[in-house]
Design a protein around this ligand. Structure first.
Ligand code: RFL
Ligand code: PHB
Length: 391
């Protein structure tokens, strides 16, 4: 088998890159470990930056987004019941769109079906070879049969656990693990809020997001090693009521249809490329979800990489590919900084060495939020970063 670009992974990064290449008439094959059903069942992210929405629009991939996406003008921040609206439109003239990653993946896959893209699901034993030379190839098994895919370029869009990153010799990683995670639920109940609510509370962080006008998505800070079995639906709603509570406001409860706990980490590789291999999305970096940046970073990477691949393959100009890693990482470090800042400001840090240090930390976070509520300059900075840096 031969293709121009071998893409490992059919997450948002791999699927979107396929569409960018298809628009430029460049051939590609996507190799995906899981089944189509599994891909469509993954819940994950919910917020698209304006830049991500624009990219999907330019590619003509925004029909479903325009129908089902919810435009949000800002976010609410609160500590212990005091709620403050940060108005992105007023501050920086931009919006964000609530549109589930699940819906995006469904739409990107449906469009691939329509144009007849070559996507192989449930392939195993994916290994990358010859990345240093001019004949890279990927070996794999498909339904028990061994195959080799020859190509000009390999794109590792295979997430945090995929085989692409380990194929980069001498790669370094910069990492921070947090001692907490997020318990996330989906509930069949109309959202109790217009814009998302991010809340700091002595019991821990909580947030209220949504997937539609009928379905709410909510999160709670929990310890990293907690088991979901210890969180009955009643306990989850109790904690959400306490942490999100605010005078004169009611959190409506409904049937919980999904619940899970995700650990949180910050992670960045030292390089996003090696020879003919280019990493994109979670394969190269992970952020804690507090800044809503993981999916948007994947879209930013493949937008940059897609343009560079088109320049290289169509025009023989390698400058974009040569500069890809540095350009992607320069943007990513700004996103990392923002995600860490939001996470540190809004979570309870029980890892502090003693009660006095924990109280000091918590009170300075309250001071930080109150400064933010009173400072237009500080809010502009938050709004500019949350709504998204340029691609
Ligand atoms: P993905 O989505 O992980 O896709 C990688 C794909 O590669 C496949 N793969 C392999 N294929 C072939 N062979 C192998 N050996 C393979 N190994 C892996 C996998 O099966 C998979 O299909 O990475 P991608 O495309 O880079 O996309 C990144 C995003 O998925 C991720 O950043 C976001 O979901 C992170 N994230 C959020 N991001 C946001 O921007 N806003 C959010 O609000 C947000 N919330 C979240 C999140 C992630 C979460 N979890 C569970 C990690 C909330 C949660 C709970
Ligand atoms: C979500 O809707 O899943 C979501 C929204 C905002 C975040 C993280 C997750 O910061």
């Amino acid at each position: 088998m031969r293709t121009k670009v071998a893409i490992i992974g059919a997450g948002p990064a791999g699927l979107l890159l396929g569409h960018i290449l298809q628009r430029a008439g460049i051939g590609f094959t996507i190799l995906e470990r899981t089944s189509r059903e599994h891909l469509l069942g993954r819940i994950r992210a919910g917020v698209l930056e304006q830049g991500s929405v624009d990219v999907l629009g330019e590619l003509g991939l925004d029909a479903d987004l325009r129908e089902r996406g919810l435009t949000h003008h800002g976010i609410h921040l609160q500590h212990e019941g005091q709620r403050h609206h940060v108005d992105f439109v007023d501050l920086v003239g931009r919006t964000v769109t609530i549109y589930g990653q699940q819906a995006l993946v469904r739409h990107l896959l449906a469009e691939h079906d329509r144009i007849g893209s070559d996507i192989r699901f449930e392939v195993a034993d994916v290994e990358l070879h010859g990345l240093d030379g001019s004949s890279p190839h990927v070996s794999f098994t498909d339904g028990g049969t061994a195959g080799v895919l020859d190509c000009d370029v390999v794109v590792g869009a295979d997430g945090y656990h995929g085989p692409s990153r380990p194929a980069v010799p001498g790669l370094r990683a910069f990492e921070r693990e947090y001692p907490f995670g997020w318990l996330g639920i989906l509930a069949d109940v109309p959202p109790s809020t217009d814009d998302l609510i991010y809340a700091l509370h002595p019991d821990g962080f909580a947030m209220h997001s949504m997937r539609s006008l009928e379905v709410s998505r909510l999160y709670l800070q929990v310890d990293r090693d907690e088991s979901i079995d210890d969180w009955s639906d009643a306990r989850i709603w109790d904690a959400l009521q306490t942490r999100l509570g605010s005078d004169g406001w009611t959190l409506h409860e409904g049937a919980i249809t999904e619940k899970s706990i995700t650990p949180m980490r910050s992670f960045v590789v030292s390089t996003m490329s090696h020879g003919r291999l280019f990493l994109a999305g979670d394969a190269g970096h992970i952020v804690p979800p507090t800044g809503a940046k993981g999916l948007n970073s994947a879209i930013a990477d493949v937008t940059l990489l897609g343009r560079a691949l088109v320049r290289s393959i169509r025009d023989g100009d390698e400058a974009g590919l040569d500069g890809y890693s540095d350009a992607a990482l320069a943007r990513q470090w700004k996103v990392q900084q923002f995600s860490q800042w939001m996470t540190d400001m809004l979570h309870v840090h029980r890892e502090a060495p003693d009660a006095s240090a924990r109280d000091f930390r918590y009170r300075s976070q309250v001071g930080q939020l109150e400064y933010l509520f009173g400072s237009r300059h500080a809010q502009e900075s938050l709004a500019e970063q949350y709504a998204g840096l340029p691609f």
